[in-house]
Design a protein. Sequence first.
Length: 287
Amino acid sequence: MPLDGETSSQLTSNHWREDRDLLEEIASVIDRLDTPYDRLNRGVRYFRESIKNFRSDGYDRCPDAIVLATWVRERVADVARREGICDLATRPISFPVDLDAVVRQRRNESKAAETSPPESDSILQTLTPDSKLRKFALERARSIFDGNISEYLNFLVRRDREAVQNHGEGISDLLGACRQQLAKSKLPFSHNYSPNQTDFWIPEIHLGIEVVFDWDSGKEFELTRVLGDTAYRLEARSLVVVTPNDMPDHQFHAIKKIEEGGAFDSLSVIHLSDLEGYLEDVIARTR
């Protein structure tokens, strides 16, 4: 399977199935009659023996499988950077004769990082108290940026900024503002990622909140479907559509027509600035 540089970096994961698939793919190439690998190489022999052990004991139960898969991804990335592509079947990665020592050293480093994170990684300790996430971040940084945590974090922030700028800074801000208002009102809520229900669901007052950043007539069917599904499946007593304060009047009034149409008795269409007052009214009616 051809892998370019971007794809190889994206593959780094703690998920044992991904590790298994990658290692088994290389093992299948090594076992072929026309293999580009030297099966007499001590490192290759160690790799094949490790695969047998992983199969026997279970990839999900072998910490060395994660270590070896991470090392393989680094080698794949090296080849991809040099040649622009890495086809595991035709461009063999280089196995050092002391691969067993490499794996052992990395395993020890990983254990040390979990029990006593080095000072250079203290920011990860602060930002990611979850040890599994922290370990994942360390592996990603090692694979992509030679272990430089600062470069890895800078990469993540830059990518997130580009995603926000290119894919809806406004809608992200609007969702965040609604989330903050709900937290301020001390209402437990769930942020729904299902396309069939409203963005927020507040079970205490049976309220569904849908955020609409912009509007055209083609979105009416989708909005009414979401509102209807929430009303039916979650037995919503109230529904509200929240729009930006600066939404053009013609768009806002077009959405208002859905409210005025009477299909949903409990539907309100409001600007973000009116959300606080709306929540206070709903709470007062239900308590």
